[in-house]
Design a protein around this ligand. Structure first.
Ligand SMILES: [Zn+2]
Length: 99
């Protein structure tokens, strides 16, 4: 059955469901949500591991007890940034891998 726009509905390559809003070669909305949830789970775990490694690195490498607290502040920022960046990267890579 053609979509309201007149274009033929495209079946999802993963589940075969026909979706009017689907793009040729792309998965449907339902599969996209499922894949994104799986990718986010893996991204959370991977980002946590990377963040722990970064925290250990910061703990070992940044000198403590100096006159300025700036190195510690930058270390905390680096640890937080590691989680955010790694989460986004791993989520995207996992999503593309599962698609
Ligand atoms: Zn699908």
């Amino acid at each position: 059955m053609p979509s309201p726009s007149g274009l033929p509905e495209i079946p999802c390559p993963k589940c075969g469901r026909k979706d009017a809003s689907a793009v040729l070669g792309d998965v449907c909305v339902f599969c996209r949500d499922e894949i994104q949830a799986r990718a986010n789970t893996i991204a959370r775990r991977g980002a946590l591991v990377a963040t722990l490694l970064m925290a250990v690195y910061v703990w070992v490498r940044i000198p403590r007890g100096g006159a300025s607290a700036l190195p510690q502040i930058y270390g905390v920022i680096a640890v937080a940034a590691t989680y955010i960046i790694m989460y986004r990267i791993i989520s995207r890579v996992a999503f593309e891998a599962f698609k």
